[in-house]
Design a protein around this ligand. Sequence first.
Ligand SMILES: [Zn+2]
Ligand SMILES: [Zn+2]
Length: 160
Amino acid sequence: MYVVEKRLYGDIILYSAKCPKCGYAGYIGLNNTCDNCMCELPEVADQVKVIRESETWKRLQPNKADQERLLQFQDNKCAWCGCEFYSEQINEKTGRVRVPDIHFDHIVPYSYGGNLENNWAASCSICNSIKHNKYFSTYSDLYEYIRERRIFKGWPVNNF
Ligand SMILES: [Zn+2]
Ligand SMILES: [Zn+2]
């Protein structure tokens, strides 16, 4: 019986399983092999369990120094739409002007490498509210979704 756990972390879905050959439990990489014995994992799971990571995990925030480092790394721009933080965004449909706040989102990438830059993303409040608590299996799915919703709502997408 090959059970795959589908874990929902922040924006990203990670799959983990126990290797049927060596018993090692870990994340399934893109090449579908066991990290321990390097054998090929089964193509199809007998059962898929969905695991939503705890709310406490999601509520964590980077400390002030890390926030500053991250903003510098992102060149003071929203990770999703590329707008400059604290710059005006004008809604084409309503004419409404907004100066969005910065939100820090916790993300876990496929690589689960764990440094600051790939575990956190700073985004503008417009993108943050569009994304809310949806899950995406890849970054390009996430970008595409945010782009479409911004167009639909009338927010500029010229920095994508
Ligand atoms: Zn193995
Ligand atoms: Zn944005």
